[in-house]
Design a protein around this ligand. Structure first.
Ligand code: NAD
Length: 470
């Protein structure tokens, strides 16, 4: 990275810093107008360009682009539009009797100049989704999208240039070095979506300036099927969750935990649903995406080859084609505990199934791993669901479905520890980009005025009463 580019970043950062109060003092109506402009760009002006970019990047079907890239941002905008006025109101809170004569409230103020680093797997959704929250909260933003989906990044750069002055929102394309340079700057908040490994780098860099962070990370999300579950429905939904975007989804089911005796029935249902969704030859299906690049393709192929070497039971799929970064939807039973497949986040269309004999064994297996981003349970037994929920930890989850928790903006979205720090979406996204400024106002003579020096026996008695009653 040359000093020249470095200076450009500093200059951009300083211009956004100078502009932050103008942007931060914008009314809710002005912010909504910006969000409406973004909505129009995604829904109409740039919709076809986005679809084409996503197809060029990894053959993402148009329908999936509409549903998983454009729709979540539109619904985030819609939600913000309906709620922003109330989010921006000072939030009154009670004041204790000991502070009689004062009132208290929380003012949500913008953090200031924010950095938004996004991943490649849902580039539009995971860049513009957080941007909606940042704009709603009144911040200026520098965006660094992933270098791995250059077509999507190019369209986003055009949209940002079209809609915003760069002193308010700027998008910088480039390799990892660009993020590294940007991370040196004293941002007021960093919103990062990506892997736990890079999350640690981001947090370390942020600590240099005590910049607050939201880290939306990944991990291995377990999917449990107990023997009370409707297996047909479970398999159908798991296939949807796992093979949409060819498994390149942070909250996709990473692996399944299944009673050993259900293996044959699960495999039969799996094969028939895959054929129904993607035809007998998913390679020819217009509904099935590709792996983003040869690096990730080779990583995923190494898992399949490892399974073959270990003589694990590949009960469905297992074929691949490097010409097109195509990997067949693949089902593998009983991989060794120390295999890469059972330890790395898979992030691709390979579904390992681990069999278990009782729920306690399964729960202790889950708890031997890092806290997942999501945990899914397929069950009709309230007792089992309660037991699993009360004895595991995860960022989010669903009972009898997967992925859909992402789409409800009334819910906070994010991980816990290794799968993330902080929350996104709806009010929680607005909150991530806001500082909760604690405010008190003294209206009249206050109770504390009675306690000022010089101290006397009478004042001691007042303090004694305060300790006892207030
Ligand atoms: P990544 O961590 O490799 O990259 C994410 C971003 O960080 C990219 O913009 C990249 O340019 C940048 N980056 C990479 N290395 C960097 C470094 N050394 N210093 C500074 N910046 C760097 O992640 P990815 O491969 O783009 O995405 C996949 C990961 O993201 C998976 O772990 C997945 O689970 C996670 N993810 C999480 C969510 C969520 O909402 N929690 C959503 C999507 C993806």
């Amino acid at each position: 990275m040359t000093q020249y580019i470095d200076n450009e970043f500093i200059s951009l950062f300083n211009r956004q810093k100078d502009n932050q109060f103008k942007i931060g003092n914008s009314t809710y109506k002005e912010r909504i107008r910006k969000l409406e402009a973004l909505k129009k760009a995604l829904e109409f002006t740039y919709k076809d360009k986005i679809r084409e970019a996503m197809y060029a990047d990894f053959k993402k079907p148009f329908l999936e682009t509409d549903l998983t890239e454009i729709y979540p941002v539109l619904s985030e905008i819609k939600f913000a539009k309906s709620n922003l006025k109330s989010w921006l109101k000072h939030q009154k809170v009670d004041t204790p009797m000991a502070l009689l004569g004062a009132s208290s409230y929380i003012k949500y103020e913008p953090k200031g100049v924010c950095l938004l680093i996004s991943p490649w797997n849902f580039p539009i959704n995971l860049t513009f989704g957080p941007l909606v929250s940042a704009i709603a909260a009144g911040n200026t933003v520098i965006i660094k999208p992933s270098e791995m989906t250059p077509n999507a990044s190019g369209v986003m750069a055009d949209i940002v240039k079209d809609l915003f002055n760069e002193n308010e929102v700027a998008l910088i394309e480039g390799e990892v070095e660009v993020s590294e340079e940007l991370l040196k700057l004293p941002f007021n908040h960093i919103f990062f979506t990506g892997s736990p490994q890079v999350g640690k780098i981001v947090m370390k860099a942020a600590s240099e300036h005590l910049t607050s962070v939201t880290l939306e990370l990944g991990g291995k999300s377990p999917t449990i099927i107990d023997d009370s579950a409707n297996l047909g429905t479970a398999v159908k939904r798991i296939i949807y969750g796992k093979f949409t975007n060819a498994g390149q989804t942070c909250i996709a089911p990473d692996y399944v935990l299944l009673k050993a005796e259900l293996k044959t029935e699960f495999t039969t249902l799996f094969k028939s649903k895959i054929a129904e969704f993607y035809s007998e030859k998913p390679e020819n299906s217009a509904s099935y995406s590709r792996i983003v690049n040869p690096k990730h393709f080779n990583r995923l192929v190494s898992y399949i080859e490892e399974a073959k070497q270990n003589k694990s039971d590949i009960t469905s799929g297992g074929r691949y084609n490097g010409d097109d970064n195509y990997i067949e939807p693949t089902l593998i039973f009983d991989m060794p505990e120390d295999s890469k497949l059972m330890n790395d986040e898979i992030f691709g269309p390979i579904l390992p199934v681990k069999t278990y004999s009782n729920i306690e064994e399964m729960v202790s297996y889950i708890n031997s791993k890092e806290k997942p981003l999501a945990l899914y349970i397929y069950s009709k037994s309230k007792k089992n669901v309660d037991f699993i929920m009360n004895n595991t930890r995860a960022g989010s989850g669903c009972v009898n479905h997967n992925l859909i928790q992402f789409l409800n903006h009334n819910l906070p979205f994010g991980g816990s520890n290794n799968s993330g720090i902080g929350k996104a979406h709806g009010f929680y996204g607005f909150e991530a980009f806001s500082n909760r400024r604690a405010m008190m106002k003294q209206h009249t003579f206050g109770a504390t005025d009675f306690l000022l020096p010089p101290y006397s026996n009478f004042k001691q008695k007042l303090v004694d009463l305060t300790l006892k009653w207030f």
